[in-house]
Write a new protein. Structure first.
Length: 310
């Protein structure tokens, strides 16, 4: 028997957070919330790469906006040995810089260089927007001497040129980055232990201005455990050994759903060809979907049915 007694002057209330960080988000509330780590798992031909690209294309079309309402670019870095293969053309629908943002194999040094490039592009965009802000103040203010010194120095560094006359960065309005890891089974990507890639995935919100990751695999246990446990968006297609799949994703969902209920959701969502169970945890409590167009929930059983009474 357990007895419970309150401890004086202590409570379990959440500590209020001031100035909570707000990330750019897609205008569609049904889209995953930035920044996320997603896993799309299905055997060959199930449609995982198609589903992944369809999600990103929908986000592209609906638009991503800063908390201030500024629309920004959705940048995609594709790492896939079949990136240019005619049989894997589903990513061709995406607005990818095919000359600059493609890696046909994972190389540690090349990936580090790409992350540094993304960081610099964010910094260039930030500096440009700040210059535009200072110039607007300069145009409107009657006495420039009343401007802040740091704003004056920002304009002085470029001789007070009009923003239209200076070199614009690649993404002047800013951007968010999604990194697709597709068909990398057998590559160095996840074979080097706690490498630079896995560190970026685990620290995705704090790396290079925030990163989304979309990992497409044929077996979820081919993804390192520390990466799987950090995934907050999972899509799983039908497998013959469903118990293995349930066991692999259960640690991510055990706080919200029982194994029995998760199995029921999985069976329902994957009963049709090319259909998957999606668990979207990017906003906290999981939202379960059958593909992207059907919300699914478990109906509560009545007491009569639980007791076996008709």
């Amino acid at each position: 028997m357990i007895e419970e007694k309150s401890i004086p002057n202590w409570d379990n209330k959440p500590v209020p957070i001031k100035d909570k960080v707000k990330y750019p988000q897609c205008h569609d509330l049904n889209a995953p919330k930035n920044f996320y780590v997603s896993i799309f798992c299905g055997s060959r031909g199930t449609g995982k790469s198609f589903q992944l690209s369809k999600m990103l294309k929908s986000v592209e079309e609906k638009g991503t906006y800063t908390p201030e309402g500024q629309k920004i670019h959705n940048r995609i870095l594709l790492i896939s040995p079949t990136a240019f293969s005619p049989s894997n053309n589903c990513f061709r629908c995406l607005n990818i810089d095919w000359e600059n943002d493609i890696m046909e194999d994972y190389d540690e040094d090349e990936f580090k260089g790409k992350i540094q490039e993304i960081k610099q592009d964010h910094e260039d965009a930030k500096e440009y927007r700040n210059y535009c802000r200072c110039y607007k103040i300069f145009e409107k203010i009657e006495d420039p001497n009343k401007m802040r010194m740091e704003d004056m120095m920002t304009l002085y560094a470029k001789d007070f040129q009009n923003p239209d006359e200076i070199d614009k960065p690649k993404y002047p309005d800013g951007f968010i980055t999604t990194i697709i890891l597709d068909d990398l089974l057998g590559s160095k990507a996840f074979k080097l232990g706690r490498n630079y890639l896995t560190n970026c995935i685990i620290r995705n919100r704090h790396t290079a201005g925030g990163l989304n990751f979309c990992i497409a695999v044929q077996a979820i246990n081919s993804v390192p455990k520390n990466v799987r446990l950090n995934a907050n968006f999972i899509s799983v297609f039908k497998f013959a050994n469903k118990q293995s799949v349930i066991n692999d994703i259960m640690p991510n969902l055990s706080a919200w759903v029982s194994e029995e209920n998760l199995t029921e959701l999985y069976d329902y969502a994957t009963q049709e060809p090319h259909s998957s169970l999606i668990a979207d945890m990017t906003n906290g409590t999981p939202i379960f979907k059958k593909n992207f167009d059907k919300l699914i929930t478990l109906k509560k059983k009545s007491l009569d049915k639980i007791d076996g009474v008709e």
